[in-house]
Write a new protein. Structure first.
Length: 338
């Protein structure tokens, strides 16, 4: 009779390290942020001053508010090109209602509802009518801005600086503007929704394996519509704050704003084709886009160069986004090579 065979020892799988779990594109852009910060700090004497940092936070705030919502949209594999037009429409709506004598609280509510409405239009057409989001939002981008231009006939509508909404654009707390604090609140809410809630899990799942999520009993169309509604709501907030900051509502507000927002999201490492969203990366991307504009201005570089640089950085970010894992594997191999 043969002796009993000893059981094979249990081998525990080694937990993946920080580097293996990290979003490589986000790490790369964090390094770029540090380099840009150092470069502009050396090149421009007042770049690192508190006043300029506070000004940079204000400049980044409106982009960041919409970028937080856009992170959800892009993570589901969609896109929203109409946010800049929604900003303009809501800014005009805010100024016109204040000019007509409406109470500020009602104007704030109407501005948010207007943004939510346009987001719902985009969401219903894209999610339930199965029209590609790119086509839907490209069309509504033209329609929404056209309505704002028709309403104002191309003229800017001034806002009385004594009104409560105008004071929001000038308010400060601890040296930073109210816009910066509102943006911080949006980031916190967005981070919790994306990483700590079932909704955030569905958003990531839809972007990577929508059919699997649908078969699990999730109404994926509704989730996709909600993300576009969030983008519309965020654009409504941005339009309201834009009018408050500038002291007027103009149909020309937010020209090219959608490019800046999408650039911020993609720069941070959110996968352009869905399935991998990062709120930390969105903050980094928004800071990079704002820092480029701010730093080039302080260096007396032509303002016409700023969109060129931003576009080139966006192309580089997309390249890293698509090949980040390959580059990371190559770097790891080179580090470990004897």
């Amino acid at each position: 009779m043969s002796a009993p065979t000893a059981p094979a020892p249990t081998v525990l799988a080694e937990a993946p390290g920080w580097w293996e779990r990290a979003n490589k594109a986000t790490v790369a852009m964090a390094a770029v942020t540090v380099l840009l910060f150092a470069g502009f700090g050396i090149g421009a004497d007042n770049f690192l001053s508190f006043d300029n940092i506070s000004n940079l936070a204000t400049q980044v705030a409106i982009t960041l508010i919409v970028a937080v919502a856009m992170t959800f949209v892009i993570t589901t594999g969609q896109i929203d090109l109409s946010v800049g037009s929604t900003v303009a429409f809501v800014a005009v709506l805010t100024a016109e209602m204040l000019k007509a004598g409406w109470d500020s609280s009602l104007v704030i509510g109407a501005a948010l509802l207007a943004g939510l409405f346009w987001g719902a239009v985009n969401g219903w057409l894209a999610a339930y009518q199965k029209i590609p989001p790119f086509i839907v939002t490209l069309a509504t981008m033209s329609v929404i801005r056209g309505l704002a231009q028709l309403w104002t006939q191309g003229f800017s509508v001034p806002i009385d600086r004594r009104l409560y909404i105008a004071k929001i654009g000038e308010a400060k707390f601890l040296g930073f503007s109210a816009l910066a604090w509102i943006a911080l609140g949006a980031v916190v809410i967005g981070a919790v929704l994306l990483s700590r809630t079932r909704f955030g899990g569905y958003v990531n799942g839809i972007g990577s394996q929508e059919e699997s999520v649908r078969r699990a009993g999730v109404n994926t169309d509704r989730i996709k519509m909600v993300t576009l509604m969030l983008a519309g709501l965020a654009a409504g907030v941005a339009g309201l704050l834009t009018a408050a900051r500038l002291g007027s509502g103009s149909a020309n507000s937010g020209q090219g704003f959608e490019l800046t927002v999408i650039a911020a999201v993609v720069l941070g490492g959110t996968d352009l084709f869905g399935g991998r969203g990062t709120m930390t990366g969105t903050i980094i991307g928004a800071v990079i886009t704002g820092m480029i504009a701010n730093g080039l201005t302080l260096l007396d570089v032509s303002p016409f160069l700023t969109p060129i640089v931003t576009g080139m950085v966006l192309l580089a970010a997309i390249w890293v986004n698509l090949r980040g894992r390959t580059l990371a594997d190559l770097a790891t191999h080179m580090v470990r090579r004897p």
